[in-house]
Design a protein around this ligand. Sequence first.
Ligand code: 13P
Ligand code: SF4
Length: 322
Amino acid sequence: MLPTPIEARQPDVPMTREELRSGILDLKRDLNALILAHYYQESDIQDIADFIGDSLDLSRRAASATADVIVFAGVHFMAETAKILNPKKQVLLPDLKAGCSLAEGCPAPQFRALRAAHPDHIAITYINCSAEVKAETDIICTSSNAEKIIRQIPPGRKILFAPDRNLGRYLIKKTGRDMLLWEGSCIVHETFSMRKLAALQLEHPGAELIAHPECEEPLLERAAFIGSTSALLNHVRTSPGRSFIVATEPGILHQMEKQAPGKEFIPAPPEANCACNECPYMKLNTLEKVYRCMKYREPEVVLDSELMARALVPIQRMLAMS
Ligand code: 13P
Ligand code: SF4
């Protein structure tokens, strides 16, 4: 008997992984869509993406997109950035609730008030923020270009950095610049347990600790290498090291295992006995939601055109400075 075509099935009938994959590839061709994915997405999503990257890579890829539709397998601020860079294209996000604790912890009215209280400060804001906050900012940065951007700010100029205080503190140490920091943090990168990490390092004395700069200071102090997700991936590929303890969201281990086969990757342990080192926002996206958003062309990221025009300015400054 011939299998029932996907289109003819009831919406509640589950599809197999293979059906979803081939359905997504068919829809990609029909819609002339580009699928962008962040390294924290589940492995099945990474495997069907046209491009996987860190926030900067993804912004650059979105800026040069020629497709009619961008499917953004990542979180809301990333899809918003793609929309701001492509106001005429349709940008789909598999789950609109895929937010970010950093973006949520920095509401635009409070950010505006902080800026108003410090009118002599230039605002450099991490890309993990809403379009409204971007529109109030001078320059956007990501974890891979923040240091380079800060080094381009004239020495006498005061800097306000939002919303990640851990990345901010790390940048103060790296650049020697005194910056006023917003008190935000990432719920994933602050879960790692120093006690369990020390035990893990004793168990694996040859393993190199590598970390994302959103991690807290005591962990960063112990790390042999610190960088964005792309930088971490590049490091494990090119380093002579054979074993790594990875202090970031474990979704990245999929690409590490693919791109550095034969090496050992150990996820840094969270304090609680749970999967709280997984980003609950990133993991809202599933292969099925990717398929459904392409089939029904929703949820779509929709933004006010005046807001997009204002938010574009600091993003373009970032792209020019990095
Ligand atoms: P990257 O830009 O390094 O990929 O970081 C994005 C992010 O949200 C980290 O938590
Ligand atoms: Fe935001 Fe942290 Fe998730 Fe990255 S890992 S998207 S910073 S909540």
